[in-house]
Design a protein around this ligand. Structure first.
Ligand code: 5GP
Ligand code: MN
Ligand code: MN
Length: 329
């Protein structure tokens, strides 16, 4: 049903139709990789007017600035004002689309590709599968159904998306099907070692020093989270400024925090503005953190979720602690 409708929506367009691709604010590897890989697929089909964008500040994290298809990217202000078709990648809800939400709502057809359990059901055609390890799994199915053969450029985009959203093929969603897809992507000639070095192991020295400081102030509360342990830390805009680093260098900082053995739940509180914080939540299994996040107007997956918090870092962690008590009792 939805797949046929999505394929028909693309096929209905002439080669010069304006097609706008969008992904979530502060895009990660899956958002950019699934969007750009699909954009390259549209190009192979002969669509000449394809633009890709995301809301807010036009900063592409350095590791993704060399993805194939990055020339499709334009700042939010240069997105098509009234495209014939909008495709939305890795977006759980319209709040993650900032100023682009209205454009998506106004489009004659909007196809949403997403894998968040908390997806709100927006868009006219919904390719939403919470069992998918990454949105790129769905984007790859879509290009295949459109008859586009995988090539090394498209595959690199999808591979980066898959590798980032599965934590380098470590997380629970890493199924046989995920490895089979990875194998098909690698078979186009990709070099996984080169890609990993570029994406994961190419951090500026300042980012490492900043990471050290933020990890150094982490707090472990063994009795919190229903006795399962809570670990948390925070990073301010002043921290970023002191080390001359852009905010996205903190996007993966939750990973060392969540590795703490004594804690089932981990929290990273990142300053966005005066008294405004992006809160990342991770669970090892006992707690469904997407429920916590949704109750605060955020979203995500069972083991990885986030929301926007206000006040001081302590206030935000107080809320998380209280929610944990509520949800665990
Ligand atoms: P991260 O902690 O890496 O920023 O995000 C973890 C997961 O939670 C991602 O799947 C992301 O989409 C989701 N998420 C994080 N912050 C928010 C938020 O403010 N709102 C919503 N709806 N989802 C979020
Ligand atoms: Mn994402
Ligand atoms: Mn994703």
């Amino acid at each position: 049903g939805q797949w046929d409708a999505a394929v028909a929506a693309v096929r209905a367009l002439g080669g010069d139709a304006e097609i706008q691709l969008v992904c979530h604010v502060s895009p990660d590897g899956d958002a950019l990789g699934s969007m750009l890989g699909f954009g390259l697929g549209l190009r192979r089909l002969g669509y000449t007017r394809v633009r890709a964008t995301f809301p807010g500040k036009f900063t592409v994290p350095t590791p993704y600035a060399e993805l194939p298809g990055v020339d499709l990217l334009v700042p939010e202000a240069d997105a098509y004002p009234a495209p014939a078709l909008v495709l939305v990648f890795d977006v759980a809800g319209e709040s993650r689309l900032g100023g682009l939400a209205a454009r998506v709502a106004a489009a004659p057809v909007s196809v949403v590709l997403d894998h968040h359990a908390s997806n709100t059901g927006f868009g006219t055609i919904r390719l939403v599968d919470p069992r998918a390890a990454a949105t790129s799994v769905l984007a790859e199915q879509f290009v295949a159904r459109l008859g586009v053969p995988l090539d090394a450029e498209i595959a690199e985009c999808f591979y980066v998306a898959l590798a980032t959203d599965t934590g380098s093929f470590k997380f629970d969603m890493t199924t046989v099907a995920v490895h089979e897809l990875a194998a098909r992507l690698i078979a186009t000639g990709l070099r996984p070692g080169d890609i990993s070095r570029r994406i994961f192991d190419s951090r500026p020295f300042g980012a490492m020093k900043l990471t050290g400081e933020v990890l150094g102030r982490a707090v472990l509360e063994p009795a919190a989270a229903g006795g399962r342990g809570l670990v948390w830390t925070y990073a301010t805009l002043a921290d970023l400024a002191r080390h001359d680093q852009p905010p996205y260098v903190l996007d993966t900082l939750i990973d060392p925090v969540r590795s703490v053995a004594e804690a089932d739940v981990s929290v990273l509180v990142r300053q966005v503005a005066e008294r405004e914080w992006a809160v990342s939540l991770r669970s090892k299994g006992a707690v469904d953190v997407s429920r916590l996040a949704v109750s605060q107007g955020g979203g995500g997956h069972r083991l990885a979720a986030g929301f926007t918090g206000f006040g001081e870092p302590r206030d935000v962690v107080d809320i998380v602690r209280r929610l944990l008590d509520d949800f665990l009792n």
